[in-house]
Design a protein around this ligand. Sequence first.
Ligand SMILES: [Zn+2]
Length: 171
Amino acid sequence: MATEYALFTAALGLSAPREVSDIRFDVEAKRIDFDVTFASGSRFACPACGAEGQPVHGTRQRTWQHLHFFEHQAYIHAAVPRVRCQDCGKTSQVEVPWARPESGFTQLFEALCQRLRLAPVQWLRRGDERPDPGGQGARPRLSHHAQPDHRVLSHRRQAHPSAGVTLRHNM
Ligand SMILES: [Zn+2]
């Protein structure tokens, strides 16, 4: 399994000292769970003052929902380290690279949700050069997020513009 762990460690964008340490794949539930751990003896920067190389002072087990891997729901589980800073004296939870603090979703998952909510409408009738009042076609900037692939989605506007947008998932 070492190769598979290394593959998914890379697929999740993780780097040392973090790595995928277990993968549970439930075909019937269409669900895949990843355990992410950090190497024993790892040290982290203090989130409060930035002092590097602080020792771990306990962990907090957490779970995040990630983007689907094909049709499978994906979850990341990790023991998030806390450090007791030898410089400022504070005990703080280290941030994880895949999620904002206290969010239950990874940043990629949040970016996809934001894209679905704000994505520009694609008019179905070819040649429909409707004006764009209110700038609805302006694509939001998600510079702090990775950009999910937009091509898998199609959108259909309902009869009345205020009736909202129907999103149809083609996967
Ligand atoms: Zn500190």
